[in-house]
Write a protein that binds this ligand. Sequence first.
Ligand code: NAD
Ligand code: DAU
Length: 355
Amino acid sequence: MTILVSGGAGFIGGNFVLDWLRQGDERVINLDKLTYAGNLDTLRGLNGDNRHVFVHGDIGDRGLVDTLLATHQPRAVINFAAESHVDRSIHGPGDFIQTNVVGTFNLLEAVRGHWDGLPGDEKPAFRFLHVSTDEVYGTLSKDDAPFNELNRYEPNSPYSASKAASDHLVRAWHHTYGLPVLTTNCSNNYGPYHFPEKLIPLVILNALSGKNLPIYGDGQQIRDWLYVRDHCSAIRRVLEAGRVGETYNVGGWNEKPNLDVVHTICAILDELRPKADGTRYRDQIAFVKDRPGHDRRYAIDARKLERELGWKPEETFETGIRKTIEWYLGNQDWVQNVTSGAYREWVGKQYEVQL
Ligand code: NAD
Ligand code: DAU
């Protein structure tokens, strides 16, 4: 048996592929364009492992995807491939429309063609699982109930609008063509192999190199945080037992204001890697210009996934963040590789203060 994963050299996709092959021997075909966010170093441990086939390419390349489906006959396709960074979507939304909307459309069409031709017994067993985000639901006020699967879609950034569009395409391909799809909408992930343009890895690495820790606006924006391996286990569970055509919200029950997250990271670093000059890491915090259209609060009601499929996260924020910091402290070679030229250019463009 084989699965096809797109975007499996990115943060969540990479963790998913590693976890998948730790748990079993089902082969993974990994299609990734290797944008700035894709990193083969994450998959280094799989070199020479014939259960993993890496293919450098674009989900928008119909010919390539058709060939991969025909050659490898996967029983499922899991779509992680996306442009995923809200700030980059503000600077340049074009790539987000191209990959998240047009790319997902291409992938769906290729998969539909493949699925149409499957023999009778294989057809109902096939799955297309689309990995999406809680950001499609827009923003919450302090006292609103967390997002559940029935909330309206109210995306506010070019990124979330492009993800919302992709979710709608997936839904329509099920309702119109009967394609057996599943969609997951997850909150903020963190953990190993996270590209350091996102808050948590950025803060860990800037702290260690004596740079500013940039907080947008007042730092009171709230996110729900989920350890990435818990997200991977949720995806495996939905793939295994999710009801076709359904969406499942995935979250960690860990709502935190950004400033609290940064204070927690600083306190753990003070303990694990105290500064030689006796100052504290939180002294490096710098409040910077807010993100345009910044959503104030996200929160996920993940009870459907628990009730129907028995999934719960294993990590609390406290255990997960400590593991994450320890991973960054122990994996400086991975960090050196991703923080090379292109990454520095991004930092120069995004932040007015010197980081
Ligand atoms: P990421 O940016 O780290 O990785 C994306 C991967 O997709 C990269 O390896 C990149 O090279 C690849 N890619 C981009 N465009 C491609 C294309 N056209 N064809 C093939 N590959 C392409 O993203 P991530 O954080 O790992 O997120 C993975 C998925 O999960 C995304 O769909 C994202 O919207 C969703 N998601 C992310 C989070 C989060 O907190 N990071 C939370 C919820 C949902
Ligand atoms: O909610 C799920 C989403 O989480 C995913 O769909 C996205 O792919 C993922 O990137 C993430 O989006 P966010 O915008 O929430 O993540 P980010 O790490 O960029 O920012 C987290 C919060 O921290 C957000 O409120 C903005 C703030 N922030 C971020 C950066 C990079 C800062 O205050 N300073 C910063 O330098």
